[in-house]
Design a binder for this molecule. Structure first.
Ligand code: NDP
Length: 399
């Protein structure tokens, strides 16, 4: 059917590349391009054998001219941005210049302010419309599947959704005292930021980790979870009409929190550059360099993830509760694609999102979040491609 250019060769890109190769009818050819070409070549070596043709390239995705040259050489139908949020805008610029469809899994964040928001990417709407190309934003798990779950609940189960609670539980154990399951810099920026939730049309801000709840997750057991700001809150607050409250909770173990507090206390999570032996370094970037690479956690991580959304609303004049979730096993993922479940639960929806665009199911010129499209083909694809979902009509609610 077509060609996809994958930017990035980390944990998420690795899974997405495996999944594209499993789906060779849609992905006839892929090119994996990243800053460090040796990582792309190592990934290609792990993939070869399928029907999908794989090539690799070196690209600095902060440089739009380099991206344009690569796109013009490879001529993809879509660019899958699986690098870091800092590259979203340069890659979107290159897609506009070459009239190529775009997708990503995380919204833009300026490197010097730890504040992620959709406003920078939503500002491209008119230009993408005029160019006749689609940008699909946030097609990972959260954001991503959580948005598709919301659109599905809205379409099939509710006349009106009043409350959404997104619960993200990772029951995985990698045996390290401290490591992050995806890019450490992005992960730590996210969890050390203030929390917030949307209620009655306004944002309510909290201190980091201020709101804590306990929840008993199927497949994992009881875990403490904390309210965080998360990017899909911003788009769902707009796209699920009349929503009264939407919150996001993520589980963290005590060891993770204790280490994080200590690292914060000594200044290691700061993004302010400091002078060190005549060179400017950013403490958080130095910390990333000494922490385990998330892509290396696969063989050591055991346990499951459970991520989903609890909806409360009204159907046919009656109150209704509904829980949609996926349980994913770290070791099963490792056996299949050589990666732990966090990269897997992001890389699979990335492939599916690209497939939605390449097959024309979700094509509409402009810039869109996943919940703005028909959820049904995506929900079917989740069952087929490794992330089967489950539902409950009497979930325990979060107070
Ligand atoms: P990794 O750090 O493992 O991989 C990032 C990749 O991007 C690396 O190959 C890196 O190359 C490459 N890269 C970084 N900067 C550039 C650049 N300027 N030019 C070209 N390539 C570059 O991250 P993950 O795979 O864990 O995460 C990837 C993305 O997925 C992130 O944006 C993250 O926020 C998002 N994510 C989304 C989730 C969701 O559910 N929606 C969940 C988890 C992650 P190099 O090795 O040379 O630095």
């Amino acid at each position: 059917m077509g060609k996809a250019l994958i930017i990035g060769a980390g944990g998420v890109a690795g899974v997405a590349a495996h999944k594209c190769c499993q789906n060779s009818e849609v992905f006839e050819e892929i090119c994996i391009a990243s800053r460090t070409k040796s990582k792309c070549d190592a990934l290609k070596a792990a993939l070869d054998g399928g029907k999908t043709k794989v090539q690799t390239a070196q690209v600095d995705a902060d440089n739009t001219a380099e991206l344009i040259a690569l796109i013009n050489r490879f001529k993809p139908d879509i660019v899958m941005n699986l690098a870091l949020p800092y590259q979203d805008l340069t890659i979107m610029d290159a897609c506009l210049a070459t009239k190529t469809n775009y997708m990503d899994t995380a919204n833009y964040e300026p490197p010097d302010t730890a504040k992620f928001e959709y406003k920078w990417q939503w500002a491209y709407r008119k230009r993408f419309e005029d160019a006749g190309i689609t940008a699909l934003l946030g097609s990972g798990f959260d954001p991503g599947v959580t948005g598709v779950f919301s659109a599905y609940a809205q379409k099939h189960h509710f006349d009106k959704i009043n409350f959404i609670d997104i619960l993200d539980a990772n029951g995985g154990d990698h045996g390290y005292p401290f490591a992050t399951n995806f890019n450490p810099e992005i992960n730590i920026r996210e969890v050390t930021a203030n929390g917030s939730y949307w209620e009655n049309g306004v944002w309510v801000e909290t201190a980091p980790m201020q709101i804590k709840r306990e929840y008993d997750f199927e497949g994992i057991g009881k875990r403490d979870m904390y309210l965080l700001h998360h990017e899909e809150l911003e788009s769902l607050a707009q796209n699920i009409k009349g929503i009264k409250r939407i919150r996001f909770f993520m589980t963290f173990g005590q060891s993770y929190l204790t280490h994080l507090r200590c690292l914060q206390n000594v200044g290691m999570t700061s993004i302010e550059p400091i002078e060190f032996e005549g060179k400017k370094i950013v403490p958080l970037q130095f910390l990333k360099a000494v922490l385990p690479d998330p892509a290396s956690l696969g063989p050591r991580t055991v346990g499951k993830t459970n991520i989903g959304c609890i909806f409360q609303g009204v159907k046919d004049g009656k109150n209704k509760n509904y829980y949609l979730y996926n349980i994913c096993d770290h070791q099963e993922c490792y056996k299949e694609v050589g990666s732990q479940a966090i990269s897997y639960t992001t890389g699979v929806p990335a492939m599916i999102g690209a497939m939605m665009l390449m097959t024309g199911k979700w094509c509409r010129p402009g810039v869109y979040n996943v919940e703005e499209f028909d959820p049904d083909p995506f929900m079917d694809a989740l069952n087929k491609w490794g992330l089967p979902w489950q539902e409950s009509f009497s979930p325990v609610l979060v107070d």
